[in-house]
Design a protein around this ligand. Structure first.
Ligand SMILES: *Cc1c(COP(=O)(O)O)cnc(C)c1O
Length: 373
């Protein structure tokens, strides 16, 4: 069994993916081909925003709005300590300071009350200028954008949605990647919508921001390629990746429905014995991960060793919260600063999740988990 089985998906979508790849090869137009334009139109329509820009990775998709907004030294960007490293890394990369607020244990996402308190504390200290919030749609479930939006408005902050795991999720009928002032997603192969290499997209309704992002994507270009009006990056998506994504996007809603069935099946098996994931009222998840909380670190270890013995792959997202990562030690955080994130990192584990799991496989995973309790 695979944790994420890309081969099964390829077997189903092979004829369309192969045809699209061959059409790029036969044209030999590998950068900014017509596939990219088509993908951008389809992504913008899918999410319901004005602008979608395909870029080189989810990390670059997060970095580019920060560059466009001129966020840098002396600025505070508030985010969660319970995420993939890139969420905080991009803040540090532009010279700004990541400032963490603890998570809510039910959603694993930013706790709005704690976010509010951390922003007030930062303002009171007066050392950093609050500029933006990066909420993360962790495990495929939207953050609480109602509450976060109110906080952003109150303090005059920008919101950058990290939807690297959330593309396709909804909250109150709105799609992930449509929240905040800009949003970033990732098409890394293991994400719910993945390509065959690195890729990502940035979204916004703001025309001015979209223009700046287009320029930043190609070395800060002006009217033509050899006029540079700002500092940018090489942030383009390969045409081959766009060609792979088009048929995958067409199949995506069907895949999301199947992921949801699988999540429900896991929950039916496990909810009495473990803390299974919750979906907030009015929300749908794309189940980037199906993540369960054991009662203790020891219980998690016995479950994981039972799964290993049964050849069932399981993962821990995330074993070390960001405030305890060596690369961010200069921020001065300590063990105990974010007790909820630290507690989650000791007890959480994720089960195999992809749209091509069979019911019998889900049952087998759940049986193995239960047998360890
Ligand atoms: C994967 C991920 C990223 C980075 O995306 P890449 O495409 O790997 O650069 C950023 N944030 C979160 C929450 C992620 O899961």
């Amino acid at each position: 069994m695979q944790f994420i089985d890309l081969a099964r998906q390829y077997a189903v979508l092979k004829s369309e993916i192969d045809a699209n790849i061959h059409s790029v090869l036969s044209r030999c137009s590998f950068i900014s081909g017509p596939e990219n334009d088509q993908l951008e139109q389809e992504l913008a329509r899918y999410v319901g925003v004005k602008h979608a820009l395909c870029v080189s990775s989810g990390t670059d998709a997060l970095l580019m709005p920060l560059l466009a907004w001129g966020i840098g030294p002396g600025d505070a960007v508030f985010t969660t300590p319970f995420s993939f490293f890139a969420t905080a890394e991009v803040v540090a990369l532009v010279g700004a300071t990541p400032v963490f607020a603890d998570i809510d244990i039910d959603s694993f996402n930013l706790d709005p009350a704690k976010l509010h308190a951390v922003i007030e504390k930062t303002l009171a200290e007066g050392r950093l200028r609050p500029r933006a919030i990066i909420p993360v749609d962790l495990f495929g479930h939207c953050a609480d954008y109602d509450a976060i939006g109110r906080i952003a408005k109150h303090f005059g902050l920008l919101v950058l949605e990290d939807a690297a795991q959330g593309f396709g999720a909804t909250s109150e009928g709105r799609k992930a990647c449509s929240f905040g002032d800009s949003a970033a997603t990732s098409f890394f192969p293991a994400k719910p919508l993945g390509c065959y290499g690195d890729g990502g997209a940035v979204f916004t309704d703001d025309d001015g921001l979209a223009d700046a992002l287009r320029s930043i994507r190609v070395h800060g270009q002006g009217h033509d390629k050899y006029e540079n009006v700002r500092i940018g990056i090489n942030g383009r998506l390969d045409s081959l990746q766009a060609a792979v994504l088009l048929p995958k996007l067409a199949a995506y809603d069907r895949e999301i429905r199947r992921r949801d069935e699988i999540a429900t099946r896991y929950t039916n098996h496990l909810a009495e014995s473990l803390r299974t994931p919750t979906v907030a009222h009015g929300c749908t998840s794309v189940w980037a991960q199906y993540s369960v909380l054991a009662q203790s670190g020891e219980q998690r270890e016995s479950i994981l060793s039972r799964l290993r013995a049964c050849d069932i792959p399981a993962m821990i997202y995330y074993a070390r919260p960001l405030h305890l990562q060596k690369a961010l030690a200069y921020l001065g955080y300590r063990q105990g600063d974010f007790p909820v994130a630290e507690d989650a990192s000791r007890r959480i584990f994720s089960l195999p999740m992809h749209a091509y799991l069979e019911d019998a496989e889900v049952d087998c995973v759940a049986t193995a988990v239960l047998s360890a309790l």
